[in-house]
Design a protein around this ligand. Sequence first.
Ligand SMILES: NC(=O)c1ccc[n+]([C@@H]2O[C@H](COP(=O)([O-])OP(=O)(O)OC[C@H]3O[C@@H](n4cnc5c(N)ncnc54)[C@H](O)[C@@H]3O)[C@@H](O)[C@H]2O)c1
Length: 349
Amino acid sequence: MQILITGNMGYVGPVVIRHLRARFPDAVLIGYDSGLFGHCLTGSSCLPEMVLNRQIFGDVRDIEPDVLAGCDAVVHLAAISNDPMGDRFAEQTNAINHLASVRLAHLARDAGVRHFVFASSCSVYGAASDGARTETDSVLPLTAYARSKIATEDGLRQMDRGGMVVTCLRFATACGMSDRLRLDLVLNDFVACAVATKEITVLSDGTPWRPLIDVTDMARAIEWAVGRRPESGGDMLVVNAGSDAWNYQVRDLAHAVIDRVPDCSLSINQNAPPDRRSYRVDFSLFRSLAPDHQPQATLPDTIRRLVEGLDATGFADPNFRQGRQVRLHVLTQHAASGRIDRDIRVRQA
Ligand SMILES: NC(=O)c1ccc[n+]([C@@H]2O[C@H](COP(=O)([O-])OP(=O)(O)OC[C@H]3O[C@@H](n4cnc5c(N)ncnc54)[C@H](O)[C@@H]3O)[C@@H](O)[C@H]2O)c1
């Protein structure tokens, strides 16, 4: 088996490639990434890419057909991966997340790839706190990022897939430890606040709903999708990836963190205007299709591993929101120093 993993040098990627290596020891694993965040390592003792057979540096918009030759599966993670970056770089987000993804799927089909796994997002539901959303409910993408995910799903649905089995995993918001930790994700941010300052400040009123998934459980879902048979869900499947028990309100997450970090206080801005981005999600389809690949992490364990991971690096930076674990900040620094151009293309010279 040969698997191409795009966007492998981000937050989710290192956990995914380690999991795939463990599950498929003999597989040829190839990474493809522009390397935007390659330097943002969090205390790992070796380069995460060492488990790969090959690492290719390149922009997914320019990927050549020969990269896909001989591949059985593509795990497509490469993306501008959150709302703040999408707001700042809306056009580029569409070009990378949507147009390049659909082009990649066409190239994969032409190369005879059997499985195409797309990392979509539950953020496509936008404002949906009145009831848990299923895959057949209407979506309300509120941001350029969420729109790019829906546009890609539509493009994959409309294309002639030629027998390629496509799985769009609408992931809940990721959390948990990684060799390239991100601190611009809600739970990770709370844990970093607690560790660095002993105080969590919730900027909203704490009521928005946000389903979460541990990165190790994302890897488990991807493993399932890489081998999914079309009899289970059809050759084009969109499925919410997460678990019902992990639908949390933001204030519940903050309380769970202060419960596990001694002497940590919590302040919630009761007067904050309501955050429209609030959604609850129904994960029953994923449960029925992938009973052997269901999330296993518990929230206390995820928090504990984050605290231990941050402690192990001596993390104590109260200004971490301006640091290298925050994606928009790193992109802004790359732009200011001329390492990327206006299109977020890495300058070679
Ligand atoms: N983290 C989450 O909460 C979450 C939730 C749902 C879905 N997802 C999706 O999962 C995927 C991975 O997320 P992540 O948290 O690891 O993001 P990340 O930003 O940490 O990693 C994204 C990777 O893509 C690469 N990349 C970006 N533009 C590229 C380009 N033009 N060409 C080649 N490589 C490029 C970056 O260098 C980076 O290594 C993304 O598609 C994201 O939208 C993430």
